[in-house]
Design a protein around this ligand. Structure first.
Ligand SMILES: C[S@@+](CC[C@H](N)C(=O)[O-])C[C@H]1O[C@@H](n2cnc3c(N)ncnc32)[C@H](O)[C@@H]1O
Length: 189
């Protein structure tokens, strides 16, 4: 994407991800949207599930108000260590090494302005719990919804079920966005 500025550490995270052969970093379209959503909320409270090496985090960090906060949860410590390298000293950011599902279970009453659910937990599992954690007027974003040839058969069914459930969810306005891997953005009524 050439029509926008890139966040701090973008190239460093790309390189570290390549070195680790980690190919699941967020696409630029997702990052640009995350930065915009986060910056639309003064002092935003943000949650990311599945930190990876910190690419989505780098976009979120750029849009985040100086008094905002971000919790990002990752179960793979090797990947999380890359994000730690760049963001550990940022007082707005808490990097958590934990299974996202158990983190959700322990933090059921927490409320967030923006949630980026970028792993199974908070998307294919724990969905009702995570949707309750979105504040009124807050956003919930997911990606990887467009069919990919390498998916096993049952995965497509899971995605279709999820998309249907979200499209008609009574508590949210929903916007499917057909860019990149296929996104869906929800705003709580
Ligand atoms: C799509 S990648 C995340 C990419 C990252 N958000 C970005 O913007 O570049 C999904 C991540 O979820 C992590 N993950 C998978 N299962 C998890 C779980 N149960 N709890 C926490 N993290 C998990 C994987 O290790 C992987 O790093």
């Amino acid at each position: 994407m050439t029509h926008t500025s890139l966040p701090k550490y973008y190239h460093e995270i790309q390189k570290k991800s390549r070195d680790l052969k980690f190919g699941q970093i967020s696409e630029d379209e997702v990052g640009v949207l995350l930065r915009l959503l986060v910056s639309s909320k003064p002092r935003a409270k943000v949650l990311e599930l599945g930190t990876g090496t910190g690419m989505g985090l780098s976009w979120i960090a750029e849009g985040l108000h100086s008094e905002g906060s971000l919790v990002s949860v990752e179960k793979n410590e090797k990947l999380l260590n890359v994000a730690r390298m760049f963001f550990e000293d940022d007082p707005r950011i808490e990097l958590v090494h934990q299974d996202a599902s158990s983190w959700i279970e322990e933090n059921r009453d927490a409320q967030f302005d923006v949630i980026f659910a970028d792993t199974w937990a908070g998307k294919f599992t724990d969905l009702d719990a995570i949707l309750k954690m979105v504040k009124t007027n807050g956003f919930y974003l997911i990606d990887d919804l467009n069919y990919q040839a390498h998916w096993p058969g049952y995965h497509q069914e899971k995605v279709l079920f999820l998309v249907d459930k979200l499209k008609y969810h009574p508590d949210f306005y929903t916007f499917p966005i057909d860019v990149g891997t296929g996104l869906m953005l929800l705003c709580k009524k």
